[in-house]
Design a protein around this ligand. Structure first.
Ligand code: WTA
Length: 630
């Protein structure tokens, strides 16, 4: 059994995973259903990079998520779905029912010409059909690319074009709190520039009137009516693509992170079971959206592979009031709650009167993901939600890692506020200095790297392998570089301190400064811009933009509004700058490089010591920027 139950076992397993990684992972992979076992466990080389796990193994991940449970646990609950509106009835799916729906929708996809290796874009709200759509793709061997339904038409189009998606699965609209968002309209706009898409399947969720293009758009319900619930699973190779998920980096457009079937399957189940210590019969609730990797790994694949029961939620934490999460925990008797620091801070700020009416006594484990959790939020979560009896698992990982790499194992690893604590078995982290020299010992700080592959490591960035190499494997020779800074304390515990590259983490969502700058620069009056992050009470980091304009006469308020509109149009509301300061120049070195360090200090409100500014082309701009701080 791959389930660790004591700290001694953890240390034992960890040692085994480092001394004999292939034997270690082979034993875990053995617990899955394979049509054909692998010939070799691992081949790797970080300089190419080239990583293959469970080589020549044949199987289908959905047989492991669904079919495998049918005989014994077919009537077990896979999901309970709660709608945005608390008055709307819940919908439940047993494993048997989910299996049937997935097979039926897989047949719909086939009918519309989807075949193995086709890319299919999913742009949907948090409804069970989003999960069904993902699994139906996997069933037939198509590669899903889920795009968070908050992204704009331009962002969606860019992602569809980058991976040449053939089909899009969407809904008429999406409910989020009081909002009723017409998302099919966004798809229609995006598709004006996406020639690769031949079919669109539209689930009717809100009843909003939508335009259905004859021959291109089909209604989900109509298509499902006559679809058979028998659909043999396509045989997949371990290294066949399972999905693409776009994420922002420090340069250029978002990149399509590629995960493959075998390693991802093995690692998501392993990490789910061990980190959360899920027990049969418990209810797990991950509050993420399926549009992010957390939703992929810990709403869909990890829990289903483990045969777990999950809660799926369409709405937002603050509607109809900020007690929604806690009402749901009591109503459904949630045992494990996995959420993000930004949600915790927002609910903390709303006041205890929204918490005290609820018992919260079903909770056993609490989780945190997406950004560093500040000690105050950690303590509030611990005291008021966990009532000081629920271990908090602060899980560090990334879209590129596929699953949780550094985290306590619930109730096994001693926790410390703000610390992701220790690596999971199979994960070999190290800290390096700027030059890439390993920083040994404890009580040290550096850039976080990983020296050995784990099964769900990123395989490539879709359509551009060189970009994958450059972004993750070129900074430090023979190491995977995470882009995060990290401290290792006297006990050898890891504490992630945040990004060390030009990526801002806003409410747990990664946003590249270059992407926001590109959007701002599209405004006709903007000559140049520079974007940095700054500490924000709720969002963790906010977006601070410095802009140089041609038209100095223009009213700064209307300029700000127009810039925000431009960013919303090109990226989406999550990338909206919180502060926009109009400046006449940016602090640049003689070689033209923007000194972001200075811009960050001003944005943080630390105006005292600007450090050495003598290398600037025009040191006077610093004074102006300081004076104009918002
Ligand atoms: C940050 C989300 C501190 C980190 C799963 C990482 C964290 C980026 C934590 C990945 C954590 C995630 N503590 N920081 N527990 N979890 N991060 O790809 O900077 O959306 O590099 O994956 O979020 O974000 P992504």
């Amino acid at each position: 059994m791959s389930r660790i139950t004591t700290i001694e076992q953890y240390h034992e397993q960890y040692k085994k995973s480092v001394d004999h990684p292939e034997a270690f992972w082979a034993e875990i992979a053995d617990e899955f259903t394979w049509k054909k076992k692998w010939d070799k466990v691992l081949d790797w080389n970080f300089s190419a990079p080239e990583v293959s796990w469970f080589i020549n193994g044949k199987f289908n991940i959905t047989e492991n998520c669904l079919d495998r449970h049918l005989e014994k646990d077919g009537d077990k609950l896979a999901y309970t779905w709660e709608a945005n509106d608390p008055k709307e009835p819940n919908i439940q799916y047993t494993y048997k029912e989910l299996h049937a729906e997935v097979c039926r929708f897989a047949n719909v996809l086939k009918k519309h010409g989807a075949v193995k290796a086709d890319r299919i874009c999913i742009y949907m709200p948090m409804i069970p059909q989003a999960v069904i759509a993902m699994l139906a793709c996997a069933r037939i061997g198509a590669v899903h690319s889920v795009v968070f339904a908050g992204f704009s038409a331009a962002s969606l189009a860019g992602r569809i074009q980058d991976s040449d998606c053939k089909l899009v699965i969407t809904s008429d609209g999406a409910y989020r709190g009081v909002k009723d968002i017409p998302i099919k309209e966004v798809v229609d706009e995006a598709l004006e520039t996406c020639a690769s898409v031949t079919k669109v399947i539209v689930y009717q969720r809100t009843g909003t009137v939508v335009k259905m293009n004859a021959g291109r758009d089909y209604a989900w319900d109509e298509e499902m009516k006559n679809a058979s619930s028998v659909c043999p699973a396509e045989e997949m190779d371990s290294e066949d693509l399972l999905f693409i998920l776009y994420t922002s980096g420090s340069t250029g457009k978002p990149k399509g992170v590629v995960h493959t079937c075998g390693g991802y399957m093995v690692f998501t189940k392993y990490s789910f079971e061990n980190v959360f210590q899920y027990n049969p019969g418990e209810l797990f609730w991950c509050t993420a959206d399926v549009g992010w990797v957390t939703g992929h790994s810990y709403i869909v694949y990890g829990p289903l592979l483990a045969g777990a029961s999950s809660l799926l939620f369409e709405g937002i934490p603050t509607w109809p009031d900020p007690g929604r999460f806690w009402a749901m925990v009591d109503k459904h008797q949630v045992n494990i709650l996995y959420t993000a620091p930004t949600a915790i801070r927002a609910l903390q700020a709303s006041g205890l009167e929204y918490v005290t009416p609820y018992k919260l006594n079903s909770l056993r484990v609490l989780g945190s993901v997406g950004e560093p959790i500040n000690e105050e939020a950690w303590a509030w979560y611990d005291t008021h939600i966990g009532k000081a009896r629920c271990p908090i698992v602060d899980t560090w990982w990334q879209t590129e890692t596929g699953g949780i790499l550094i985290s306590p194992l619930a109730a096994i690893t001693k926790t410390k506020p703000g610390f992701a604590t220790l690596p999971l078995p199979g994960i070999q982290p190290l800290l390096v200095d700027e030059k890439g020299t390993e920083i040994l010992g404890n009580g040290v700080e550096g850039n976080l790297c990983i020296r050995f592959p784990w099964p769900s490591i990123i395989r490539t960035t879709y359509g551009d392998h060189e970009r994958c190499r450059q972004a993750y494997f070129a900074t430090y020779k023979n190491l995977y570089f995470t882009g995060d800074g990290c401290r290792r304390d006297a006990d050898g515990y890891y504490r992630i301190t945040g990004r060390v590259d030009d990526v801002i983490n806003v409410s747990g969502h990664r946003i590249g400064t270059a992407e926001v700058e590109n959007a701002i620069n599209m405004h006709a009056d903007v000559v140049e811009s520079a974007v940095v992050g700054y500490p924000h009470d709720i969002k963790g980091q906010g977006i601070y933009a410095y802009v140089i304009c041609t038209n100095s006469e223009k009213n700064p308020d209307s300029l700000r509004k127009e810039i925000i509109a431009e960013v919303m149009k090109l990226i989406g509301p999550i990338a909206k700058p919180d502060k926009i300061q109009v400046v006449t120049g940016l602090p640049k070195t003689r070689s033209g490089k923007i000194m972001r360090r200075i811009l960050r200090k001003v944005a943080e409100g630390d105006l005292s010591n600007m450090g050495d500014i003598s290398t600037l082309l025009d040191p006077a701009v610093v004074e102006e920027i300081k004076k104009g701080k918002i």
